[in-house]
Ligand binder design. Structure first.
Ligand code: EPZ
Length: 420
């Protein structure tokens, strides 16, 4: 087992370059199996979830080669339309194979994805959309079995603008007969990135990034080359860390419009943010002002950023309220923050945070990926030493996090400890 050790109270100063977006990589690497020839995908982040997905593709018989941040995938030789339980369990986003396998082979069998520490995370909207296209779906013994003689385009209204359901339906609809319209679709940047990738393969998708997406089915898709967009959440995490440590950090390789909601909140708190074409310069020399945050689907404030931002709010001047409107239990990590001296009260989907002057380092653990990021930000600003365990969560979504922070002046390292 490994732990991250941080000696806190060091300002972050310097430059950091953001890696490719995890949540784009997962949907795009899966979508690549729809092509009849090789796809080349660049700017992939070197993270565990991408490694798990590569293993799943290899297990299904796809030809996969990777070299640094580039992967080539040839799905034309896939022989297996079922994915392995153990691997799929490690990564929720394996549910994208439902839409992709159904779209290409009209059959798919995947393990029912587990919930996690942020909520039940059902996939009823995914299933509703795929059944509307004509799939027959059975759930038994923890497996989802989907079959279709053919998929026919139709109108699908999403009760909630679910990212996963929007992408899964898009993957299946690409090769359905006729036109599919997804209403109340999610608009996150990785929906647009995935649609751009599919269109480069010859799909006919219009409206990605708006709440109505139209997909005109085609009979075949071909290989292409695509570069993954920068990771909005990694960039947001560095923005929160730079502000919390009262640092001065130039964040490179970002798309500023994807970070509007985070920049707006930080500016409201008194943080100075200068926007470049593909950079954000974060400067902060003050104790920030408390503000309220309500998480919403894009372009609202992202739920994945409420956790890193809560550290900044825990140290702000005044009382802040975080309303988590996307997931039903995404505040478990706040118990860890309270161990470090934060003053927080949680009532259901609302957390009331009374700002304190300082946090003190403590042994804490990561309850999920973004909670782990919050523990790192807390360790960077706390007085003394913080020890973070369960860091495999962090490795799922952040590439070389310690290295990047060390280059900004953080005193952070990783240790291996014998299994207790
Ligand atoms: C994606 O999860 C991201 N994961 C999450 O990022 C992110 O937090 C989330 O979108 C919201 O932006 C990936 O892209 C791999 P949803 P997803 O479907 O698709 C409910 C991270 O840290 N819902 O938009 O699972 C659901 O319970 C991860 O990178 C249904 O009720 O999110 C939740 O309350 C964490 N039925 C809400 O919608 C469904 O069929 C949002 O879920 C589907 C979802």
């Amino acid at each position: 087992m490994e732990k991250i050790i941080i000696e806190g109270s060091h300002r972050l100063v310097g430059e950091v370059t953001i890696s490719g977006a995890k949540n784009s990589a997962l949907s795009i690497l899966t979508a690549a199996i729809l092509a009849d020839s090789k796809c080349t995908i660049k700017n992939l982040p070197n993270i565990r979830d991408v490694a798990y997905l590569k293993d799943l593709l290899l297990q299904m018989g796809a030809k996969v080669e990777s070299n640094k941040d580039t992967m080539t995938i040839d799905g034309s030789c896939i022989s297996k339309h079922k994915i392995d339980n153990d691997l799929a369990k490690k990564m929720r986003a394996s549910y994208y194979f439902l839409g992709a396998l159904l779209g290409k082979f009209k059959t798919a069998e995947i393990p029912f994805p587990g919930g996690c520490d942020i909520g039940v995370r059902p996939i009823d909207l995914h299933i509703k959309g795929l059944e509307a296209l004509g799939a027959k779906i059975k759930i038994s013994h923890g497996m989802i079995k989907a079959k279709a003689t053919e998929l026919v385009g139709t109108e699908i209204y999403l009760d909630f603008s679910s990212v996963g359901a929007t992408i899964n339906i898009m993957l299946a609809a690409c090769m359905a007969k006729g036109v599919t319209t997804i209403e109340n679709a999610a608009k996150e940047p990785y929906i647009v990135d995935t649609a751009n990738f599919l269109n480069a393969m010859g799909a006919k998708i219009k409206g990605a990034g708006t709440d109505v997406i139209k997909i005109k089915g085609v009979t075949a898709l071909h290989g292409c080359e695509h570069t993954i967009i920068p990771d909005q959440m990694e960039a947001g995490t560095f923005m929160a860390a730079a502000a919390a440590t009262q640092g001065d950090v130039l964040i490179k390789n970002v798309i500023p419009t994807h970070l509007e909601a985070i920049s707006a909140k930080l500016r409201e708190m008194g943080v100075e943010i200068t926007e470049g074409e593909d950079t954000l310069h974060i400067r902060n020399r003050v104790r920030t002002k408390a503000v309220n945050i309500k998480t919403l689907p894009y372009p609202g404030f992202p739920t994945d950023m409420q956790q890193p931002m809560s550290v900044l709010l825990a140290l702000s001047d005044g009382t802040a309220i975080i309303t988590e409107s996307i997931f039903e239990s995404r505040f478990k990590y706040l118990d860890e923050l309270k161990r470090m001296g934060a003053k927080i009260k949680v009532e259901g989907r609302v957390a009331v945070i009374e700002g304190v002057k300082r946090l003190s380092g403590a042994p804490v653990y990561a309850t999920d990926l973004r909670a782990g990021a919050a523990m790192v930000v807390a360790g960077l600003v706390a007085e003394g030493k913080t020890e973070i365990s369960n860091i495999e969560h962090i490795d799922r979504g952040y590439e070389n996090l310690e290295e990047k922070l060390k280059n900004l002046g953080a005193k952070i390292h990783r240790i291996s400890v014998a299994e207790e």
